[in-house]
Design a binder for this molecule. Structure first.
Ligand SMILES: *Cc1c(COP(=O)(O)O)cnc(C)c1O
Length: 397
């Protein structure tokens, strides 16, 4: 048997590839450079154009562009009216920001377990966690696959809860033919460089609700308005603006918006390539019993952000750590998404205990994300497949 690189063998490839990476072309560069010398370089015409484009892509009535995905979640939680004493049910397998936004508002995150096959929030778990204090649900389209929106919306409707869909992973995804962004009460996006489209940093919230839109818009810039209908002491003086509530500076620059507009032109081809790569991996791993792939629900036409392999640990003589390190040494570098949020030491200090979401914890102990991004070549994909097969064969029981 071929010796693993971690034990001194030859790695499957010379240079390292990582789980995610942005794709920036000359068109993107030109768009940014052009904007840099325009009169308004923050919250100007490119930001407005980006909001319009996001409405077009998602089918939502309104979009508010902000500085990053975490700011988007914070404003969504504020607009949902979350405050001290409120509980918000959150996916346990997600980036901490999905839950931190509840803490920013003084609310209490309550963690729901995942479906062990799709890895998305389990609607039955959401239902079990509802109390009279529950105000909202933050459901994450993990890896890009839409959550079971019909079920979750029905639960929210029944209990009068606001649904915030964290679509940081899922721009381009459709649920029953409808684009993500137009379905939940509010949908948040992130444009961090590892995500499908990037502005360097960036985020957005989409909604169909005008009242929520007005709040989000106000909170983005300090709670200051120029709209007389929103003022307590209205004045039509040209200089006059008024702070009517406490907001933040979560603005995005116009050159980031220009980059994002240019990136969004490429979203169809980004989606297409990501789907191709997912198919190649799915087919390759179908013949490797040690590797379990994510179950896809037919309702979701998914633009995948992450490709996760789950180890069938019963068939292996290694743990996740050993498998991960071996794969890393082959220069096909994985990452792990995610530690259940409540297992971060900060959350432990808040009083959350291990054991509350058994499926999420079992998931965490057996997964890693392998490279998936637009510019990955077929040869790169074959290298990753060879590396995974090599490590699986080595550790096979
Ligand atoms: C990336 C990400 C965020 C945060 O987005 P930023 O733009 O990095 O602030 C939130 N939720 C999830 C699920 C993410 O992956």
């Amino acid at each position: 048997m071929e010796n693993l690189a971690i034990f001194g063998g030859k790695p499957v490839r010379e240079n390292k590839i990582f789980y995610g990476r942005q794709y920036i072309d000359q068109e993107d560069v030109d768009a940014v450079v052009e904007t840099l010398t325009s009169p308004l370089i923050t919250c100007g015409p490119k930001v407005e154009a980006l909001e319009k484009k996001l409405c077009e892509i998602t089918g939502a009535k309104y979009a508010v562009v902000v500085s990053n995905g975490t700011a988007a979640l914070h404003l969504a939680a504020m607009a949902a009216g979350i405050q001290e004493g409120d509980e918000v049910i959150v996916s346990s397998i997600t980036f901490a920001a999905s839950s931190n936004c509840v803490l920013y508002c003084g609310g209490t995150p309550v963690f729901a377990d995942i479906n062990p096959e799709t890895y998305n929030i389990d609607p039955a778990s959401v239902r079990r966690l509802i109390t009279p204090k529950t105000k909202a649900v933050v459901a994450v389209d993990f890896t890009g696959q839409a959550v079971e929106l019909d079920e979750i919306r029905a639960i929210c409707k029944e209990h009068n809860l606001i649904l915030i869909e964290d679509a940081a992973h899922s721009i381009g995804t459709r649920y029953k033919g409808q684009p993500v962004g137009s379905i939940a009460d509010m949908t948040t996006f992130s444009f961090h460089p590892v995500k499908t489209v990037t502005g360097g940093e960036g985020g957005a919230i989409t909604t169909n609700d005008e009242a929520l839109y007005r709040k989000l818009h106000l909170y983005r810039t300090h709670g200051i308005t120029r709209d007389m209908s929103e003022m307590v002491n209205p004045s039509d003086a040209m200089w006059y603006n008024e702070q009517v509530c406490l907001g933040y500076n979560y603005r995005m620059t116009d050159f980031q918006a220009a980059l994002l507009l240019s990136q969004l032109h490429k979203l169809p081809k980004f989606s297409e390539r990501r789907k191709q790569i997912v198919k190649m991996y799915d087919e390759a791993f179908a013949e490797v019993p040690e590797i379990i792939v994510q179950k896809e629900i037919p309702e979701s036409d998914t633009t995948r952000h992450l490709y996760i392999i789950r180890l069938n640990l019963e068939l292996l003589r290694c743990d996740r750590r050993q498998f991960f390190d071996a794969l890393y040494a082959e220069n096909t570098c994985p990452q792990v998404h995610y530690l259940p949020v409540y297992m971060h030491s900060y959350y432990e200090k808040l009083g959350y205990k291990a054991g509350i979401c058994p499926e999420a914890e079992a998931f965490y102990n057996s997964v890693m994300s392998i490279p998936l991004y637009y510019s990955l070549t077929d040869e790169d994909v074959q290298d990753v497949v060879r590396a995974v097969k090599k490590v699986a064969a080595y550790y096979r029981r």
